[in-house]
Design a protein around this ligand. Sequence first.
Ligand code: VG1
Ligand code: CO
Length: 544
Amino acid sequence: MTHIRTVPTEPIEGQKPGTSGLRKKTTVFQSHHYLENFIQSIWNGIGGVEGKTLVLGGDGRHFNSQAAQVVLRMAAASGAKKVIVGERALLSTPAASNLIRKRGADGGIILSASHNPGGPEGDFGVKYNAGNGGPAPEGITDKIFEATKTITEFRILDSQDVGLAGTGTVMLGDMEIEIVDPVADYAELMKEIFDFDAIHALFRSGFTMRFDAMHAVTGPYARMILEEELGAGPGTVINAIPLPDFGKGHPDPNPIWAKTLMDEMMGDHAPDFGAASDGDGDRNMIVGKHCYVTPSDSLAVLAANATLVPAYAEGLKGVARSMPTSGAVDRVAEGLGIDCYATPTGWKFFGNLLDAGRATLCGEESAGTGSDHVREKDGLWAVLFWLNVLARKQCLVAELMDAHWKEYGRNYYSRHDYEGVDSEAANGLMDHVREQLGVLPGNEVAGMKVTSAEEFAYDDPVDGSRAEKQGLQIGFEGGSRLVLRLSGTGTEGATLRVYLEKVETDPAKFALDPQVALAPVIAAAEAIAGIKTRTGRDAPDVIT
Ligand code: VG1
Ligand code: CO
């Protein structure tokens, strides 16, 4: 028996979606009516779900299963026609995006806090994706946030949990639930995009690889595609079983959090190629034998070699990067004679460019790369892209990077994160820099002349919407650049991100330690922002 219950509730403060959905401590999401309020506010913000088809899945972190049951009951109670859900409520973010598009769904709910740690003490998150498969643009998230402030009741079905182990179709009240294999459609899409024969031949020739799934959602995808379909040896994928607390790790694929993989790749017995992905499978780290590739460089290399991939053989329509991402891809675009867009941080800003056919490839310095095949960044896709390029060029990562830098120059790049900073101190620091924007240009800081200083705002060329206050950007003579912004995904205090870039065109200087190469920009950041005194920190918490 099922019965729809209407439960009176009151607005809960702070349910404002950030860079990528609403992220809070798991305990906060588990608190009284927190999840229910937010889900009902999504329904209210998007004009209801009556008669709609939704996709549902998550990265498997603690509370994923329970939250999925709540979403199902609330979708049924509000008259949704159908929910397509991944088995055991699992779906990587790119796989969810693909399903929404492929099945013509009206939208979807992704349960994930992505690269944030999981578990009872960790973080949880909920994101709404629209009918194009992409994260809801600000116009929609603003409406959802407004709805959280005026909510008075939510509707939920009284029913038992729906069994989600095993594919098939079940009914929940009048709503159909289709439980699908989370990997199958995604694997099919990858086959359509890449030259699987060439990659298969590469592995057959003895090419070795290690993929660290970081105990997160990509494990089953990587096992299926790399080991089974493409013939990479068994054991290629490590930490392949998704765990609710990611094995107590931090599922963020960068040299700090994927240190085991980094150590192997820099060691004496390094495989030819290494890669990792994050909690929800939309980020990627690329590392060759003794050669780490920054995400900004990765985007540039993929753009330069895209025509080796069957799906992009006819060339790219354009490329886009988030503003803090290095300008390496800009020079590739210039060489190709295609447009290059700089957008605010967060994948939702790429959606319109992709939908309008203005950009084919997009990327962010935070290890996100993707294309118009879905409307999310896609970790495993980026790894397959690299494999496809290496297979076709018959070279190693280090050789490819050398050749790339010789042709385009090298953008030294690093990001310094100061985490859990007192919010007032962090805002004070940003205000302090903001006040200097008008006077900085023309002045010299730490031996470098400032050429530009601005607070980044973005005018979407497709729908004309404007996003303001998207980071402080300071340019120096010779193409060096400093960007400061506060994170919109953290759940504790404020996280200050300091992005540093320096362009080097002298091949004799291509082998420097990035922190050494960037020393003048790091000094300028300190001089302009007074980071040490204002945050009370001697050094960043994380350097990537
Ligand atoms: C961070 C990254 C941003 C990325 C976002 C979501 O946001 O900087 O580039 O799009 O995380 O990534 P912020 O606001 O903390 O800087 V994921 O893989 O966590 O969905
Ligand atoms: Co992610």
